[in-house]
Design a protein around this ligand. Structure first.
Ligand SMILES: Nc1ncnc2c1ncn2[C@@H]1O[C@H](COP(=O)(O)OP(=O)(O)O)[C@@H](O)[C@H]1O
Ligand SMILES: [Mg+2]
Length: 222
């Protein structure tokens, strides 16, 4: 991309254990090898205050939290993240890889907790204005497989302690969003082995890059 252009904003989404973090690491290496400045970050978190809010959100000892509290804490962390981290990076032309973003709020709080998409959309519009990810890599696995992997990874956090039905609702909401805006989303089957999923990511990435370079898709904005 030409110098002086706004950077690209790429998010990694999917339920627990879908393979987001594993595949993000792989793609980071590929992009950094090109010399492109890349900010790698995650939600909730990404700033000192955001990481403290993440600690609260994931602390199993907190137990139940009103769904509205959860959503607002996540958006509070997101406000910090956008203003202090993501927006300045994009403005200077860096690309941003973010492990989860607002799609996760639609999936987890909107669908999983049952708050509904409208409430999430109000906060999204209010906080983000026109800013949306340029590309969402959505890793799709069944709730059962995702939870199995998450459990094998170790101690469960507060979100991972939810039941299968919660993650099934979240998965369906993610897929629905991908169907709604196919040009922005790439759904990757996350159920295969790490290397096979990696090949699918590489293919989706190359295809998206060439489309972006040809200007088939507006860069940035809605
Ligand atoms: N394709 C895969 N096949 C089998 N295990 C995987 C695969 N991708 C990731 N894992 C393992 O599953 C667990 C969850 O993967 P992770 O990348 O942390 O998922 P997420 O970030 O989506 O929660 C980790 O222990 C990881 O090593
Ligand atoms: Mg992860």
């Amino acid at each position: 991309m030409a110098a002086g252009q706004r950077g690209q904003f790429i998010t990694f989404e999917g339920i627990e254990g879908a393979g987001k973090s594993t595949q993000l690491e792989r793609l980071v290496d590929r992009v950094r090898a090109t010399g492109q400045e890349l900010l790698v970050t995650r939600e909730p978190g990404g700033t000192p205050l955001g990481e403290k809010l993440r600690g609260l959100l994931l602390d199993p000892s907190i137990g139940t939290m009103a769904a509205e509290t959860e959503l607002l804490l996540i958006f509070a962390a997101r406000a910090e993240h956008l203003r202090h981290c993501i927006e300045p990076a994009l403005a200077r032309g860096a690309w941003v890889f973010c492990d989860r973003f607002t799609d996760a709020s639609f999936a987890y709080q909107g669908a999983g907790r049952g708050l509904g998409a409208e409430k999430v959309a109000v906060l999204e519009d209010w906080l983000q204005g026109d800013l949306r990810p340029d590309l969402v890599l959505l890793f799709d696995v069944s709730a059962r497989l995702g939870l199995e992997r998450a459990v094998n990874r170790g101690k469960r956090d507060r979100m991972e302690s939810e039941d299968l039905a919660f993650f099934e609702r979240a998965r369906e909401a993610y897929l629905e969003r991908a169907r709604w805006q196919p040009e922005r989303y790439r759904v990757i089957d996350g159920s295969a082995d790490v290397a096979t999923v990696g090949v699918a990511v590489d293919e989706a990435w190359s295809e998206w890059l060439s489309r972006a370079a040809k200007g088939h898709r507006p860069l940035g904005g809605r």
